[in-house]
Design a protein around this ligand. Structure first.
Ligand code: 1GP
Length: 244
């Protein structure tokens, strides 16, 4: 089944959870174990990608181990890295809509699109919007961050993604952010856009996850939560908050 259809089917049953694995944060073996746990606990998808310090070697080895240990779909999440993984189940074709540098909107994409076509990689087009604080992703992506109280600007970018024909809108507070995207902003964007809404960054607890879900996030991404001891339990409580 195509990954896009898989996600559509999952969305019919409720919220979708994604575990983000950053190849720079652990050895490939450990990444494989994390993927296995994420699947056991109930994650629907895995994103592999990181904003800095990801070499081609680490990325490839991590991707291989993750694929070996998990049977849920694994997608490549190309955030601010020059390394690329083409052998995963799908490629998130992100356009960072609020970047000042066209390289992050369509430049890098234009260099890889023909390769993706030739290799018949499934591509999911995503309008990626960085919200304050944006963290490292904001710096690397040279983003004009959307202020946390500027709901209209968030709506403007989200509708831009939809009108440009993108399949998903992604509101990102940044990897390791102290807080998720504000619930009010998620609610405002959800009211206006018709494509599935992905939300990530700063979601650490079941309470965060429930708040983001209730505000309208269709797909919830967590990363940092798996990077410390006790992650299985933390992930489990996030999943039960999302799926109850
Ligand atoms: C994915 O950047 C996020 O959208 C992950 O952020 O590491 O803060 O969960 P965290």
């Amino acid at each position: 089944m195509k990954i896009k259809n898989y996600i559509e089917e999952k969305l019919k049953q409720g919220a979708v959870h994604v575990t983000l694995i950053d190849p720079s944060r652990q050895a490939p073996d450990a990444a494989g174990r994390l993927a296995e746990t994420a699947q056991e606990v109930g994650s629907d998808l895995i994103f592999v990608g990181g904003s800095s310090g990801v070499t081609q070697k680490t990325l490839s080895e991590t991707a291989t181990m993750v694929k070996q240990r998990a049977s849920i779909p694994v997608l490549f999440f190309p955030t601010g890295t020059d390394s690329v993984s083409l052998n995963l189940d799908a490629f998130l074709f992100l356009s960072l809509l609020n970047s000042r540098n066209s390289k992050f909107i369509s430049g890098t994409q234009s260099k890889i699109s023909s390769v993706l076509k030739r290799l018949e990689v499934e591509v999911l087009s995503v309008g990626y919007i960085l919200i304050e604080p944006g963290m490292k992703l904001g710096e690397i992506g040279e983003a004009d961050l959307v202020a946390r109280d500027n709901f209209w600007q968030a709506i403007g970018y989200a509708l831009t993604a939809q009108y440009m024909g993108m399949s998903y809108v992604y509101l990102e507070a940044g990897n390791g952010s102290a807080q998720p995207v504000p619930a009010g902003m998620i609610r405002a964007v959800k009211r206006e856009v018709g494509v599935p809404l992905i939300v990530g960054g700063g979601i650490r607890t079941a309470i965060d996850a429930r708040r983001v879900r209730q505000a309208g996030a269709d797909i919830v991404v967590t990363g940092t939560v798996i990077e410390a001891a006790g992650y299985r339990e933390r992930l489990r409580s996030i999943l039960s908050a999302l799926k109850d």
